[in-house]
Design a protein around this ligand. Structure first.
Ligand SMILES: Nc1nc2c(c(=O)[nH]1)N[C@H]1C(S)=C(S)[C@@H](COP(=O)(O)O)O[C@H]1N2
Ligand SMILES: [Mo]
Length: 538
């Protein structure tokens, strides 16, 4: 008998048991969540809570450091933290599995709390973290038992012989181990358990991801595609595009359109489940399904969207042809009562925005409940099936994706980013950017074309000027104006002597307001300053 053996797991083995158990727990939780309530996946619920609880400067840092990869960075960071905690749980259980079991149970409770705190997850969602914890505990007990058996066997004299038949002397009260053939393969059994547990984690996790991604999305997209019918791409005038000079294309392809949101996993909404409720300070409450929405006139408008997190020279600006219903028509049908100041919109994922009623009633501005983007149904990442698009306002106050609720209220009710210190009013500021030269590449010396973009929705761009090495301002050539809600491209011929040069640009809108040189950070309501690029002419 091995009653005198140490019955202690080696550190790496103990840590490994913890990590594998955590992987199984997350995989099982993800799979069950996919079947019941996709957004109750413990990993996602904890991650989403982390996003909402993160202090604003940290979130800002994440956006600037990782850009649109911020979610991947967060998931990676969470994976490292979870693996470290799980390894610690394993290490605390080198002799006895109980500390690890208690810790996994505690993580399960944390998952339950995270799920309950999500505005977008129903009560059924708590099953996912509960089952995750149970799966993690079972896996941990299995691995711990087989690892301990292997450790004991390894400790049998002679210690160096793995195949000593004495290896298989088991504790008499463990029926599962007693039924094993006496081959002295405790170590192999641990390996097999490890692989089985890891495979379970991988398969459940992948299964969960597949299920959340695929459910009936096709049928939903077809419904919207039918609504779009032939309304597809309007033609942008040839003179609107300066892409040949090094600017972005006038229309941003959907796959290149910038993406900014707080959603760790993209909400998957089916047309059959979608509803838009319009309520609050109105005469008639509306509860629209997609067919109801389609009874309003359908329009297609070319609109440049801009994010408040776009720093001077930044990438968070894109243009698309959005198809949908004017928000104005829906508000008129509901009858806005006097005193209503903002439309408080809510996404299925709990994100909220507050848009001034005036901006949404302004026919010229032309805000939309959009379901089409560049002739296609709205991509899931951009808010399928229906989102708001409001020209002239930064997205965080005006462009709610996965839209489900519009409430007419006063400004007393703060929306998501307002609660986090961002400005209540967020008109887009007149800005311009140099795209060519791009700050890395070289540029030919002599007579050379420089180019970029400028925007001032909803007023429109009147003029762009450039200057080289703080010399005189030179007026750039502008692309054809498509409408005042879109960017314009600019290009200018300059003479560059060989060597280093500093190039700057500034825009002026149709009201005569010129982009200020005064540098301001993106917080609280959008960056200002002139974009400048250093280049090497040769
Ligand atoms: N549901 C939801 N809608 C949202 C957001 C969000 O985080 N969640 N972000 C807003 C912000 S800050 C911007 S700039 C735009 C970006 O839209 P896009 O990702 O389609 O470019 O969406 C807005 N709508
Ligand atoms: Mo934004």
């Amino acid at each position: 008998m091995n009653t005198t053996s140490p019955r202690t797991l080696r550190l790496p083995v103990a840590a490994w048991c913890g990590v594998l158990a955590a992987a199984v727990a997350l995989g099982a939780g993800h799979l069950l969540a996919a079947l019941l309530e996709p957004r109750s996946s413990p990993l996602l619920a904890v991650g989403n809570s982390a996003i909402d609880l993160t202090p604003e400067p940290v979130k800002q840092f994440a956006i600037s450091a990782f850009g649109q990869a911020d979610k991947i960075a967060l998931l990676g960071g969470m994976a490292i933290v979870i693996a470290a905690l799980a390894a610690a749980a394993g290490v605390l259980s080198r002799r006895d599995a109980r500390p690890g079991i208690v810790l996994i149970g505690a993580f399960g409770l944390l998952g339950v709390a995270a799920v309950l705190s999500r505005p977008d997850v129903g009560a059924l969602g708590v099953l996912a973290p509960v089952v995750a914890a149970l799966a993690g505990i079972s896996a941990f007990r299995l691995l711990h038992r087989t690892a301990l058996a292997a450790a004991e066997a390894g400790a049998q004299p002679p210690p160096r012989d793995e195949h000593d038949p004495n290896d298989t002397l088991e504790e008499p009260f463990d029926p599962e181990l007693l039924t094993e053939p006496a081959e002295g393969t405790d170590r192999r059994r641990f390996l097999v358990s490890s692989v089985a547990v890891a495979a379970t984690a991988g398969l459940t996790g992948a299964g969960g991801s597949l299920l959340t991604g695929g459910r009936d999305a096709e049928a939903s997209r077809r419904t919207v595609a039918q609504a779009l019918g032939g309304s597809a791409a309007q033609t942008v005038p040839a003179g609107a595009d300066f892409a040949a000079a090094g600017t972005p294309s006038f229309i941003t392809p959907n796959r290149d359109f910038y993406r900014i949101d707080t959603a760790l996993s993209v909400p998957r909404v089916e047309i059959a489940d979608w509803r838009l409720r319009v309520h609050g300070m109105i005469d008639r409450e509306l509860d629209l399904d997609f067919a109801d929405l389609r009874r309003f006139p359908q329009v297609t408008r070319t609109i440049t969207m801009t994010c408040v997190s776009n720093d001077v020279g930044g990438p968070y600006i894109s243009t698309a042809e959005f198809t949908g219903v004017p928000i104005r028509e829906v508000l008129l049908a509901a009858g806005v009562r006097p005193g209503a100041e903002q439309v408080f919109s809510t996404s299925v994922d709990g994100f909220t925005a507050g848009t001034p009623v005036d901006a949404l009633l302004d026919a010229e501005r032309g805000a939309l409940l959009a379901y089409g983007m560049n002739g296609e149904p709205l991509p899931a990442e951009h808010g399928f099936p229906v989102r708001m698009v409001t020209p002239g306002l930064y997205g965080y106050v005006s462009a709610t994706k996965w839209l489900t609720d519009l409430e007419l209220t006063t400004f007393d009710k703060p929306a998501y980013w307002i609660e986090r210190g961002w400005g209540r009013f967020a008109p887009i500021k007149v800005q311009s950017r140099i795209d060519n030269p791009d700050g890395f590449g070289r540029i030919p010396a002599g007579r050379t074309t420089i180019a970029g973009i400028a925007w001032a929705q909803p007023i429109g761009i009147e003029r762009v000027e450039v200057r080289v090495d703080r010399g005189p301002w030179q007026v750039a050539q502008l692309s054809t104006e498509v409408n005042r809600q879109t960017w314009r491209m600019w290009r200018a011929e300059v003479d560059l002597a060989p060597g280093g040069h500093n190039i700057e640009c500034r825009a002026t809108d149709h009201n005569g307001t010129t982009q200020t040189q005064q540098r301001a950070p993106v917080l609280p309501d959008g960056a200002t300053g002139w974009h400048s690029v250093f280049c090497n002419a040769r």
